[in-house]
Design a binder for this molecule. Structure first.
Ligand code: CMC
Length: 431
């Protein structure tokens, strides 16, 4: 329902077009341009979607200027402080935080689905051992669609919920198996009695010959990484999942598309890129050289882990991750570690540099999460896979919301064509 209208007039004084303005609960209102083409014969042009709302959603809200992030209305700071990741999963999927009984039921239901089909474990051996874990993850999560396709009717709410539960329950096993496969270690089966994060840590770091006990400070840090990465409204990978899903495709195939998008260094690959960049810088004495490269317009190098499309203020997740980072470094007595010292010094220099201040380039969540994940003993190439583990709940919650939306249409952007105008094909001897 429109609250207001905006008039669009062409210079040639032809009749003004009235476009409805729609308001949400929070954030900027939007101009509804659905009838624009029919009324004016024009498309809108917005590469990178910097001014385009592709859908309406009730899941996550970001105010990038104020540094606010809400899941279902709850500030991320409170969720990170008072909840664990499974509670946040429940919240994102169901819209409300669970009470004790609802949480118990959710944990029981999830634990029933933690194992992956034994046949799925054989997919891994089709990959080279040195394949990037994200390449393996795209393939294996996509393969889930082969196991759960005919049994699922995406128009049924219950079926969609079950597919979400399956994804959330199986992702820790699938991600840990990517790691085990790359190291040649045996896969570790999940343990139902363990918490979500403890179970994942055991599958990552444990082996069948010994018991594994997760360090509670490290488990809490990983839980926080998962909470902070769980959803982030219509980012590139979520938009990819929605676009893929808009055709009615299998949800696991759509999530695999999201994983592919997340892999890029401008998105989820940034946490891995941060650590690679720190290794490349190598020493505190070379920070100035790299900061100068980042500022040089003729050099494509960017400081990884700095800047954000939406946050033009401190990313609230980065603030929380910074605190977690220090807790982990304290616990492990790692403050003297070469890369950690380098990261802290880089952060200090960049935050004081006029270039970064003017362009509002603050450290983002991935600057710190990379450091924390390294301290947790997670290999650098697994960082983005951990991000995918966390974001799976956001992707599937957004997919579910989209399928249930009565306004759902297949996503089909248009274009400004700048190629050659129509011409005739000449025979080969005449070209
Ligand atoms: N280092 C140096 N300069 C930068 C950086 C950076 N990290 N980020 C942006 N700039 C400059 C950029 O050169 C441009 O300068 P100018 O106005 O002179 O042309 C200006 O800042 C605006 O940059 P932009 O590319 O137009 O901004 P964007 O909103 O399209 O890009 C970004 C956002 C995250 C892709 C970008 O900041 C970047 O590449 N950062 C490094 C990669 C990174 O850390 N990505 C993780 C994002 S957080 C995780 C997630 O949510 O996925």
């Amino acid at each position: 329902m429109a609250d207001n209208y905006i008039s669009l007039t062409k210079d040639d004084s032809s009749q003004a077009q009235q476009l409805p303005i729609l308001s949400g609960t929070l954030g900027p209102s939007v101009i509804d341009i659905r009838a624009l083409y029919a009324q004016t014969g024009h498309f809108t042009y917005d590469p990178g979607f910097t001014s385009t709302a592709s859908c309406s959603s009730k899941i996550t809200f970001i105010d990038g200027d104020a540094g606010i992030l809400l899941y279902r209305g709850y500030p991320i700071e409170q969720l990170a402080e008072k909840c664990d990741f499974p509670e946040v999963c429940y919240l994102l999927l169901n819209g409300e935080l669970p009470n004790g009984a609802q949480m118990q039921e959710f944990v029981t239901l999830t634990s029933q689905h933690v194992m992956v089909h034994e046949q799925l474990t054989r997919f891994y051996s089709g990959f080279r051992r040195d394949a990037h874990p994200m390449a393996v993850l795209v393939g294996v999560v996509g393969a889930l669609s082969a196991f759960y396709h005919d049994v699922m009717d995406i128009t049924r709410k219950e079926d969609r919920y079950l597919s979400a539960i399956r994804l959330i329950a199986k992702m820790p096993s699938i991600v840990a198996m990517c790691h085990k496969y790359s190291t040649g270690m045996p896969f570790i089966y999940p343990k139902r009695k363990l918490g979500y994060v403890e179970n994942f840590m055991r599958m990552m770091h444990g082996d069948p010959c010994d018991d594994y006990q997760a360090n509670p400070v490290l488990a809490r840090a990983l839980d926080r990484i998962l909470i902070l990465h769980a959803d982030h409204e219509q980012n590139a990978s979520t938009s990819t999942v929605r676009l893929a899903g808009s055709s009615g495709a299998n949800p696991y195939a759509c999530v695999a598309a999201g994983i592919a998008c997340l892999w890029g260094a401008a998105h989820g690959g940034a946490n891995e890129a941060v650590l690679n960049m720190l290794e490349e810088i190598g020493d505190v004495s070379r920070i100035g050289e790299y900061v100068a490269k980042a500022k040089d317009k003729n050099d494509p190098f960017r400081l990884m882990g700095f800047g954000h499309r939406v946050y033009k203020n401190y990313d609230p997740r980065a603030r929380l991750m910074r605190q977690t980072c220090h807790e982990v470094l304290d616990e492990l007595n790692l403050h003297d570690d070469r890369l950690f010292k380098l990261a802290m010094e880089l952060e200090r220099i960049a935050l004081e540099d006029p270039y970064f201040i003017e362009k509002k380039l603050y450290p983002n969540v991935d600057f710190y999460s990379g450091i924390v994940l390294r301290a947790l003993g997670i290999p650098t190439e697994m960082f983005t896979a951990i991000f995918a583990l966390a974001r799976s709940v956001g992707w599937i919650a957004q997919w579910d919301e989209m399928i249930a939306d009565p306004e759902l249409k297949i996503g089909r952007p248009r274009q400004l064509y700048r190629g050659v105008a129509m011409r005739d094909v000449k025979p080969v001897f005449a070209r």
